[in-house]
Structures are given as C-alpha cells and as structure tokens.
Design a protein around this ligand. Structure first.
Ligand SMILES: [Zn+2]
Ligand SMILES: [Zn+2]
Length: 137
C-alpha cells in the first residue's frame, strides 16, 4: 500500500494521500465504537503532510481522547460516514477509517489499541501487538 484514496458513502467527499501509510491500527476505544456504530474502528495512519480532502460536506466533531488531548473526528454531513481523525496526541498523522478506502483489503491490521474496552465477543488476534490503552512512546 503505497498510496491511498477513498470516499464517503454518498461520494460527496474524496480524500487521497501520495505518501505511504505508516501502519494500520484497530481501535477498540468506546468513542470509536460510538462514532462508528460498530465494535471498533480500523484506522490507517497516514502522514498529515500530503493528505488531501475534497468536498463541501465535511463536518468535524472534537472531543478529548484518552490522553485528555482533543481528537477531531471528521465525517460527511450529507451521509454521516466517519472518514478520518486528527489525534492531538499523535501530531503529524491522520487516522483514516479503513472502511472508506477504495481498497480496504490492503489495510491489514498491524496492532490493536484500547483492548481494555474491546467487546468480549470480538476476536482479537493476540499474535499482534495489543495495548490495553494507547501505546506510550
Ligand atoms: Zn457523504
Ligand atoms: Zn478509538
């Protein structure tokens, strides 16, 4: 996966990055569960530099994350698709929701975050690095 592109459900917003993604992280935090309406979000981390967004219907909702610093969650105001997040605790990186990619099959998860709040019926691949919360570096 050297470049990525994707869009929301209605096609009103398109994004792309010409820089290679850094990794793919599955996030089991309760905020991602709420926002996705699912049990976790699958985030492809791409450099903020070179990440381009086109479309008029971009909305943003900001809420403090586990670090206490804001997480800005961007979505399409027309169709409601969650598209990507800007995490203040992870500067210079965009967390793109893998389900909105043109080719999500290439976004193989490499680690799991916030496993402490994972739903008990979600099977987590424990062969991958699993963090109870967010990794601290
Ligand atoms: Zn849309
Ligand atoms: Zn999360």
């Amino acid at each position: 996966m050297n470049t990525i592109k994707g869009s929301c459900l209605c096609g009103g917003i398109h994004y792309s990055s010409h820089l290679a993604p850094l990794t793919t992280a599955v996030c089991h935090c309760s905020d991602c569960q709420k926002q996705s309406g699912s049990a976790f979000s699958v985030n492809v981390l791409v450099p903020a530099e070179g990440f381009l967004v086109e479309g008029a219907s971009l909305g943003c909702y900001a809420k403090p994350g586990g670090s206490g610093l804001p997480v800005k969650r961007y979505f399409c105001t027309s169709c409601g698709s969650a598209l990507y997040s800007e995490v203040a605790a992870m500067p210079g990186v965009m967390a793109v929701k893998a389900g909105t990619l043109a080719q999500p099959a290439s976004a193989t998860p490499k680690l799991h975050l916030w496993c402490a709040s994972a739903q008990p019926w979600v099977a987590i691949d424990r062969a991958l690095p699993c963090f109870e919360q967010a990794p601290t570096e």
